[in-house]
Design a protein around this ligand. Sequence first.
Ligand code: FE2
Length: 221
Amino acid sequence: MKNFYKEKDYLKVAKNIFRPITEYGGGLGYRFEHSCRVLSYAKMIVLVQELKNQKINVQAVYIAALFHDIGDLVRLDKNKFMDYQGGPDINIEVEGARLLPKYIGKITDSKTMNRAQELIAMHFDYSSKDIENWIIQDADNLDELGLLNLWRMFTYSSAVKRSLNKTLEFWEREEFKSKKNKVLKMFHFKVTKQWALIRLNRMTKAMDQLKLEHLGSDFRF
Ligand SMILES: [Fe+2]
C-alpha cells in the first residue's frame, strides 16, 4: 500500500481530532483507529478488479476515507464524549463536509478539497452510483463487521451496565441479525463482499463459542 501525498500530515491532524474521543461502543481512541482502518481499506479497495480501468482521484478518496467521520465532532460534549444521538436536526455527513476545510484547508488544494467534501457529504447515500463513494462506503462498512464489532458491543454493554446475558440476547435478536445481513448487501465489490461475509461468519462463530462458555457447557470429556 502506497502512502499518499502528505499522508503523515493528514494522519497527524486525524490523530489530534479523533484520538481524544471516547464513545460507548469502542471506548477511548476507537474513532481514530476506525478512521485509520477505513483509510487502509480504501487503499486496498482501489486495487480491486472492478476498478482496474477506472480513473480514481486517490488523493480525494484517501482524505475522505480518513476524515469521513469528521462530522462526529458536532456530537461531542465538553469531555470529548460522543453522543450517538446527536440531536434530531444534525446531518452528520453534511456537517463533516462543512468542517473539513477548517482542519485540513491549509494542506489541501481546493480541487481535492471540493471532491473530498463531496465524498464525505454522500457517504451515507446508498443510491449513489459514484464509484469513489463506493470505495469509502465499503471501507467503512467492512469495519462494521468482525471481531472488532464485538469489542464495540461489549464496551457498550459495560458502559450502559448491560449484563452478558442481555448482551447475548441482543446479539441473537432477529433485528440485529437482519441489520448485519443488510450491511452485507451494501457492499459493491466482489472482494469486499467476500470479506464482509468472512467477518460476519467470524463474529457469529465467536459469539456461539462465547455463549457455550458462558453457559459452562463447552467443558466436556
Ligand atoms: Fe465510519
